[in-house]
Design a protein around this ligand. Structure first.
Ligand SMILES: [Mg+2]
Ligand SMILES: [Zn+2]
Length: 181
C-alpha cells in the first residue's frame, strides 16, 4: 500500500499563525492547489492520512465537536474535488499533558502504521514545521518541509535537523513524489 502522511495547518489549509488555532469552518481556508494535489494523490492510489496537533481543544479554545465539524467539512470539500483522505488523526493534548501522540512524537503515525501495515521507510511525511520534520524522523519516514506555512527558509541555519526535501507547496511536493514513481 502506498501511504502518505500530511500535516494539516500550513499544508492543506492556511497556517492560522503562531499560537493560533482554526476554531471554526469560516477560519479554514484551503491553500492554493491543495485540493488538486490531494486529488492527484488519490488518483495515483495513495492512501492519505492527516496527522495534526490541535492543542486548542485541551486549552479550551475550541471544542472537540467544533474540531470534528471542521474535519467533516474539510473531508466533504476534498471529496467534491475527487480526493479522498483515509484517516484523520489528531492530538488534542497540550504539551504539558505529556502524551505519546503529540508531534514530534510518532504516536499518531505508529497508530496508523499498525492498523494499515504501512512501510514507513518508503513513506513521506509532509509538514510545514521543523517539528513535522522531527516527527517524520521519529517515525522513520522521509521528511518533506513545505514553505507554505510556519517555517521560513531564512531560518534554515537554526534548524536542528534537515528535511530530505523542501518545496514551496503541497502541489509541488506531490508532483515530485509522483514523478519518482
Ligand atoms: Mg502545520
Ligand atoms: Zn496527544
Amino acid at each position: 500500500m502506498k501511504a502518505i502522511f500530511l500535516d494539516r495547518d500550513g499544508v492543506i489549509n492556511k497556517y492560522p499563525g503562531d499560537g493560533k488555532y482554526v476554531t471554526s469552518w469560516k477560519e479554514f481556508h484551503f491553500l492554493p492547489k491543495a485540493k488538486s494535489a490531494l486529488r492527484k494523490l488519490h488518483e495515483n492510489d495513495f492512501k492519505i492520512f492527516v496527522v495534526s496537533n490541535q492543542a486548542g481543544v485541551n486549552k479550551g479554545l475550541l471544542s472537540r465537536q467544533a474540531l470534528d465539524d471542521i474535519t467533516e467539512r474539510m473531508l466533504n470539500e476534498i471529496k467534491k474535488s475527487k480526493g479522498e483522505i483515509k484517516g484523520v488523526y489528531y492530538c488534542t493534548h497540550r504539551q504539558e499533558d505529556n502524551c505519546s501522540c503529540r508531534k514530534p512524537k510518532a504516536g499518531l503515525i505508529l497508530g496508523a502504521q499498525k492498523k494499515y501495515h504501512i512501510d514507513l521507510k518508503k513513506t513521506y511525511f509532509i509538514g510545514d514545521t521543523i517539528r513535522d520534520v522531527q516527527t517524520a524522523k521519529a517515525a522513520g519516514c522521509k521528511a518533506i518541509l513545505l514553505l507554505s506555512g510556519k517555517e521560513k527558509i531564512s531560518n534554515r541555519k537554526n534548524w536542528p535537523l534537515k528535511p530530505d526535501h523542501i518545496f514551496p507547496s503541497l502541489y509541488d511536493s506531490i508532483e515530485f513524489i509522483l514523478k519518482k514513481k
